[in-house]
Design a protein. Sequence first.
Length: 335
Amino acid sequence: MDERFVPPGAVKLRLFHVAQREPPISAIDERGNDVLPALREVDDVYVSNFTPMQYQGVVQPHDLVLDLGESAGGPGTFLFLRGWIYPTDASINVALGQQSSIKLASPSLEVRDAKGRWHTAIADIGFPSGKDKTIVVDLAGKFPTADHHIRIRTNMQIYWDQAFVSRDLETQVKTTTLSPLSADLHSRGFSRMYRKGGRYGPYWFAYDDVAKKSPWRPIEGAFTRFGDVLPLLRNPDDMYVIMGPGDEATIEFDASSASSLPPGWKRDFLLYTDGWIKDSDLNTAFGTTVGPLPFHGVQSYPYGRADAYPTDTQHQRYLREYNTRVMKARASSPR
């Protein structure tokens, strides 16, 4: 599945069926360092030869030059890149917007012409939409010659863990949607963070090592009350579970149909969600409050003149009946 962030929105849900993975023949950075060992397997060993700058998420421009081999560029061939991004935040983005010396450059993909000169084949291939995500790049017809080197250029702090070329196989697939059977919202706490993979790995969470005290700036407003929230998760209807820092939602599905798979078949599970997230950065619009509430028809955030959360009877009842857990900035517990 393509898990990249591509402005201005998400990519389409598509499953890629990979059989034979062809790793790069060679891989070097802009200094000529061999980085191929870091790209052969998903092993939490990342390409990490970056020079940091004054802002989190922004480094000196860097290259990843790959020789993808003979099959790259043929019909149905794709480049699969797995990695994670250390992102900027709202305050950094404001700072970047107030100066002209540093501009974020999303990864581009370049190929060589007959004289060995680099030319941009794809101006923006996107970037991993979080931690340990795979982006998929269509290579068909991208190479003007038999030279199948590519150069990926960016100044974003992206750590690549694996790269390979493969074809998307035409195999029989059956997609079954499993509706949730139960959903319970409750307080849990904050899992201890650590670096998965060491110094250059993403921050991960030790689920069983929990602290009750929040390390984050509080957000105030009306959150969804604890208990059964199953009715809110059945449809993308702008009536959603509003979770606060330290909350957990336990959702159960019936996967018993997996026992009736035909011989030779395998089942994978993908969790599909529809929602929003807001942090409490001081430069995030309304970052310290729950409201104004987002909704699918919103044109801008903060609201523009034409924007308003739905006011029909059903949505107003949802606000009254579900979002009753009022949190204040100085409160230590919900009331």
